[in-house]
Design a protein around this ligand. Structure first.
Ligand SMILES: Nc1ncnc2c1ncn2[C@@H]1O[C@H](COP(=O)(O)OP(=O)(O)OP(=O)(O)O)[C@@H](O)[C@H]1O
Ligand SMILES: [Mg+2]
Length: 189
């Protein structure tokens, strides 16, 4: 039986020994539907932080690129080797202490689980906006992989994350990047 002078654990000062601190942020996963601004905001954010920027679109196997070009959505069999490759990149970057901003749609929870597997310090950033706003942006954009006609299927597939930082894409890219960089610098877990 402990002595009456012992303080209960709940009375300890925050950060006292015995309270685990979260892993430092090693990577930011910028996710959301096509046209939400993953590449635009991700590049600006990586520049701001001095981190490496990786666009998941650039790591697709050629067969996936061809499929998307012809307007057919990928299935999970197509995605598996791609997600494994991205996960390996995140793990190696974290192990080397080289933080990275990864732009990847990661619409479904299971894709995010695959990406985050054994990656300490990964934070998810959800770039959130309405279908109407994104449709208007995509109408102005020529993109090598994503015809605007696939946007509706993206919204249908989207499983909004529950444990992410949420950024409102109504703000300009520079403001979004500055806000997210400030949050990283503050060490907000
Ligand atoms: N916050 C923003 N405000 C205004 N325009 C934006 C914003 N973010 C992105 N855009 C514009 O919207 C279009 C789509 O952005 P971007 O290509 O970065 O999206 P994406 O999420 O990378 O799309 P994809 O998944 O197809 O690669 C671009 O023309 C970009 O300039
Ligand atoms: Mg992009």
């Amino acid at each position: 039986m402990s002595g009456g002078a012992d303080r209960p654990a709940s009375a300890r000062a925050p950060g006292a020994p015995g309270i685990a601190s979260p892993a430092p942020i090693s990577a930011l996963l910028l996710m959301g539907v096509s046209g939400c601004g993953k590449t635009t905001v991700g590049e600006a954010l990586a520049r701001e932080l001095g981190w490496r920027f990786v666009d998941a679109d650039d790591l697709h196997p050629p067969a996936n690129v061809e499929k998307m070009r012809s307007g057919r959505p990928l299935d999970d069999t197509d995605r598996a080797p791609w997600l494994a490759r991205l996960n390996a990149l995140l793990r190696h970057s974290a192990a080397r202490g080289e933080p990275v901003v990864l732009a990847c749609s990661a619409l479904r929870a299971r894709y995010r689980t695959q990406l985050a597997d054994r990656v300490p310090g990964l934070r998810v950033v959800f770039l959130r906006g309405s279908q109407a706003l994104i449709e208007a942006r995509l109408a102005d954009r020529q993109h090598r992989y994503m015809p605007a006609s696939l946007l509706a299927s993206q919204f249908a597939a989207l499983e909004p994350p529950e444990d992410a930082w949420v950024a409102d894409i109504g703000e300009p890219p520079a403001a979004l990047a500055a806000g997210l960089a400030a949050r990283v610098r503050a060490g907000a877990g």
